[in-house]
Design a protein around this ligand. Structure first.
Ligand code: S3P
Length: 437
C-alpha cells in the first residue's frame, strides 16, 4: 500500500473515453436480492471494489453461492427466500455503511442470531437511524452507545416482525432500504416516508424480483412477500456509477483543453443532482445515447472544458447529489464567484466528516477559500491554488476530489491514497491514461 502519492498539475487537459465502473449502490443490492432467490442470477458490470466485496463476503457467510466469472461478472445462487443460514462468525461490513445498514434490515427479519463489525470509520457512524425503526417493527438489536454503534448484534424477534408506518427524519436510501428489506418478512404493510425522495434503486430492483413497492409522494409501501412471489431474474446489468463519473465531469469542465466521453453512466433521476448543479454553473455537459438497462436509466455523456460560475443549492436537492459534494466543491473552487451549499449536515456522518475534511484539506490547496458551516459550505471560487500535502482521512471521495483539484491546480501530495479502492480502484490509472491521450 502506498503511503504517499503525488498527483502533478495536468496542463494539457484530459482527453479520451472512460468506461465508468458499475454503480456501487446497485451492485450491493444486486448481490443481496439475488442471494434470496432460488435460481442463479448473472450480474454483469458489477463494481469490483472493496465496499461491494464486503457485501459479497456477507452473503457468502449467510450461505449464498457466489462465483466470479471475471472481476465484473458473477453468478449468485441463493437457497430461496427463507434460505439464509445463520453465519458462523461475525459479519464484517468493512468501510461500507450500505452493507451494514441494509443487512441490519434483512437480518432483523431472520430466525437466527447475527453480529456485525466493520472498520474504524464504520464504528463511528450512526446506526440508530436504522436500529430505531427496525426496533419499532419488533427487531432485537443490541450494540454500543444504546444500540446505535458497532459492534452490533441481532437476535431473532419472537413472533416475527410487524409492519409499521415510519416517518423518517432523514432522507436516506439506506434507512428506507433497510425497512423495505425487513418489511418483506413482516406481518403487514410497511411504509417509509422521507422528507425528500432518496435514491430508488431498491424499489426498482425489487420490482425485477416480482416484489411491487408502491410510491405515494415521498412515501413507499411494501407488503409481506411469500417465497412464491419472489422470483429472481436470470440477469442483472449494473449501469455505471454517476458518483464515479462525477470526478470526470468536473475534471472535464475545469481542466483547460479537456474533452471527455463518459460511457454508460447511470442517470436515474434520483441521482442526477450533480448534472443539474453543473448546468446551473454553466458547464458544457451533453447526454446522448439515452437508454434503459435493467430498469435503470443510462446514457453516455460528453463533457468539455469551459468557464464556471458559483451557485447556491440546499436541502431539497441534497439526496440527489449527497456523495458528489466533495467533487462539486472542487468545481466551486475552480468557478468564478462564491458557491453556497446548505442542508448538507449528513456529510458530517459519512466515511469521515466531509464538511470538516473539505474545509481543512481543500483549504490547504486554496488558502482561505473554503468555510464549513454547521450544515454546509461557503466556497470562494477563482482564488489562486498552490501545491500542498493533504490527508485523505481514508475517505475515497475526499481522495479522488483532492486528486482532481491538484491536477487542476498546482499538484497535490496525498497521504493514504489507496482508499479509492473502496469505490473506484482504477481511478488513478484512468487519470494517468486520460492525461496522456
Ligand atoms: C447509499 C445511500 C446514501 C449514499 C451512500 C449509498 C445507498 O447514503 O450516501 O453512499 O446505496 O443506499 P444515505 O442513505 O445515508 O443517504
Amino acid at each position: 500500500m502506498a503511503e504517499l502519492m503525488t498527483v502533478e498539475k495536468i496542463s494539457g487537459g484530459l482527453r479520451g473515453e472512460v468506461k465508468i465502473p458499475g454503480d456501487k449502490s446497485i451492485s450491493h443490492r444486486s448481490v443481496m436480492l439475488s442471494g434470496l432467490g432460488s435460481t442463479p442470477v448473472r450480474i454483469t458490470n458489477f463494481l469490483h471494489a472493496q465496499d461491494c466485496l464486503s457485501t459479497v463476503a456477507c452473503l457468502r457467510a449467510l450461505g449464498a453461492e457466489i462465483e466470479f466469472q471475471s472481476e465484473v461478472e458473477l453468478m449468485v445462487t441463493g437457497h430461496g427466500f427463507h434460505g439464509l443460514q445463520e453465519p458462523g462468525t461475525v459479519i464484517d461490513a468493512g468501510n461500507s455503511g450500505t452493507t451494514l445498514r441494509l443487512m441490519m434490515g434483512l437480518l432483523s427479519a431472520q430466525p437466527f442470531f447475527s453480529s456485525f463489525t466493520g472498520d474504524a470509520s464504520l464504528h463511528r457512524r450512526p446506526m440508530g437511524r436504522v436500529a430505531k425503526p427496525l426496533s419499532l417493527m419488533g427487531a432485537k438489536i443490541y450494540g454500543r452507545e444504546k444500540n446505535t454503534k458497532l459492534p452490533l448484534a441481532i437476535v431473532p424477534a419472537e413472533g416475527g416482525l410487524k409492519g409499521v408506518y415510519y416517518d423518517s427524519p432523514v432522507a436516506s436510501a439506506q434507512v428506507k432500504s433497510a425497512l423495505l428489506l425487513a418489511g418483506m418478512y413482516a406481518n403487514g404493510p410497511t411504509t417509509v416516508k422521507e422528507p425528500f425522495v432518496s435514491r430508488d434503486h431498491t424499489e426498482r430492483m425489487l420490482a425485477a424480483f416480482g416484489v411491487p413497492v408502491e410510491r405515494q409522494g415521498t412515501a413507499v409501501t411494501i407488503n409481506p412477500v411469500t417465497a412464491e412471489d419472489y422470483k429472481a431474474p436470470e440477469a442483472i446489468e449494473v449501469p455505471g456509477d454517476i458518483s464515479s463519473a462525477a470526478y470526470w465531469l468536473v475534471a472535464g469542465v475545469t481542466l483547460p483543453g479537456s474533452k471527455l466521453l463518459l460511457k454508460n453512466v447511470g442517470v436515474n433521476e434520483t441521482r442526477t443532482g450533480v448534472l443539474d448543479v453543473l448546468e446551473q454553473m454553466g458547464a458544457k455537459v451533453e447526454l446522448f445515447n439515452q437508454r434503459v438497462s435493467g430498469g435503470e436509466a443510462a446514457a453516455d455523456i460528453r463533457v468539455e472544458a469551459g468557464p464556471l460560475r458559483g451557485t447556491e443549492f440546499g436541502v431539497e436537492i441534497m439526496p440527489r447529489l449527497i456523495d458528489e459534494i466533495p467533487i462539486i466543491a472542487v468545481a466551486a473552487l475552480m468557478a468564478e464567484g462564491d458557491t453556497v451549499i446548505t442542508g448538507a449536515g449528513e456529510l458530517r456522518v459519512k466515511e469521515t466528516d466531509r464538511l470538516a475534511a473539505i474545509e481543512q484539506e481543500f483549504g490547504k490547496l486554496s488558502p482561505g477559500a473554503v468555510e464549513a458551516t454547521e450544515d454546509g459550505l461557503v466556497i470562494h471560487g477563482g482564488r489562486p491554488l498552490q501545491k500542498a500535502r493533504c490527508i485523505t482521512y481514508d475517505d475515497h471521495r475526499i481522495a479522488m476530489s483532492l486528486a482532481i483539484l491538484g491536477a487542476a491546480g498546482e499538484g497535490v501530495e496525498l497521504e493514504h491514497p489507496d482508499c479509492v479502492n473502496i469505490s473506484y480502484p482504477a481511478f488513478y490509472g484512468d487519470l494517468a491514461r486520460l492525461s496522456k491521450a
